[in-house]
Design a protein around this ligand. Structure first.
Ligand code: AMP
Ligand code: MG
Length: 359
């Protein structure tokens, strides 16, 4: 496996100034210094949210630190009700929650999934089809071998990887709506032994559902942060929210740039989120489904700005997997989508409209 540089070379970021598309732009100077960071929080959730006035609740759920900050005159308990939704969705989308919907599908104990899970899978498969194999939710057997969630840091053997790779093929998965006693559901057909991993997808969907819930309960100004999956609800009294993009491999509050966003999503994917080093190499959690090993490219991180967070989550992982040129092309060809890439020399490469979103 090729080496990925483990030491950052700090260079001035080269940004491209081009017209805005997609999300709302900062129209005026913003005096508020509250900043939410996209990128992975590793230790203390309080280190990632600089509170000024908002009511903020924090929790550890979905295997990460999450928070909701609402700029409303409400009691914290109001936000805890929304946070609690994460538990229901974690049960549905997790590969590891025994008895959960995805777990049962992966174990082969059923071929039926609830309609929400089915629809999320359909969306992911749609992007997978246009990714030329770079993004595949059927990568579960391989990610299970690498086991980044447990932190065991074991490099699987070539034989284990080879055998797991035989089960990875999104083109062999199909979903059809079917009526069940519990209501609408999907029947999933996939080759025996295949395991679906929605780690690149689920947090985005869950963020969208939390936003829906907040709006349905009258919240118009808030920031949802699910471990760096940031989703803005409205704006801050007309001002945009400050969303910092974390500098890979740097201190928890170090930002490489700050975005000013209104009512949209910013999601980061990268190699500094879950990784370990062995013999000078970095092994990280975004797997090349063609080789079964972590991607090796010139990128350390990709951040995608979209309207909804499900698309943002899928595309941030996909853009990382595609590498610089194809990621930029994807952003260009996808409406309301901007991408900010951090290369392994810490330089930034951005899509046409992204620069207008930066501070
Ligand atoms: P994210 O943090 O959203 O970029 O997603 C990374 C997670 O997606 C990993 O931890 C795996 O669970 C899963 N994953 C890894 N490689 C791939 C891939 N090539 N396609 C789809 N999902 C992947
Ligand atoms: Mg993702």
């Amino acid at each position: 496996m090729k080496l990925i540089k483990t030491k950052a070379i700090f260079l001035a970021a080269g940004l491209i100034a081009l017209p805005l598309s997609g999300c709302s732009q900062n129209a005026a100077e913003n005096s508020n210094n509250d900043t939410t960071l996209t990128g992975n929080p590793k230790e203390n959730p309080a280190a990632f949210t600089f509170k000024k006035d908002p009511v903020t609740v924090n929790a550890f759920k979905l295997d990460t630190y999450i928070s909701i900050s609402a700029y409303e005159d409400i009691d914290e308990s109001y936000l805890y009700d929304t946070l609690a939704l994460c538990d229901r969705y974690e049960e549905m989308f997790s590969m590891h929650k025994e008895g959960g919907a995805l777990y049962n599908l992966n174990e082969g104990t059923t071929d039926k999934v609830p309609s929400e899970l089915g629809r999320v899978m359909e969306t992911a498969l749609k992007w997978s089809q246009s990714s030329d194999g770079a993004f595949q939710i059927s990568v579960g057997r391989v990610t299970e071998l690498w086991d980044f969630t447990s932190g065991s840091h074991v490099i699987p053997s070539d034989n284990e990887i080879k055998s797991a790779l035989k089960t990875v093929d999104d083109t062999k998965i199909s979903l059809s709506p079917s009526d069940s006693e519990e209501g609408a559901a999907y029947t999933v057909s996939m080759p025996e032994g295949t395991k679906i991993d929605l780690g690149a997808v689920a947090k985005g969907y869950i963020a969208d559902k939390l936003k829906e819930d907040l709006i349905s309960r009258g919240i118009t100004s808030a920031v949802i942060n699910l471990g760096g999956n940031v989703l803005c609800v409205g704006d801050k009294n007309g001002d945009p929210f400050n969303i910092g993009i974390r500098k890979p491999f740097a201190g928890d509050t170090d930002m490489i740039t700050v975005l000013k966003l209104k009512d949209c999503s910013a999601v980061s994917s990268g190699i500094s989120e879950r990784y370990f080093e062995e013999n000078g190499r970095i092994y990280h959690h975004i797997i090349n489904p063609r080789t079964g090993y972590p991607y090796e490219n010139e990128l350390w991180q990709s951040t995608v700005i979209t309207k909804d967070s499900l698309t943002g989550d899928i595309l941030s992982t996909l853009c990382y997997a595609l590498g610089t040129d194809k990621a930029l092309e994807l952003a260009k060809n996808t409406p309301d989508t901007e991408v900010i890439l951090v290369k392994d020399d810490l330089s930034l490469v951005t899509s046409d409209g992204a620069n207008d979103l930066m501070k």
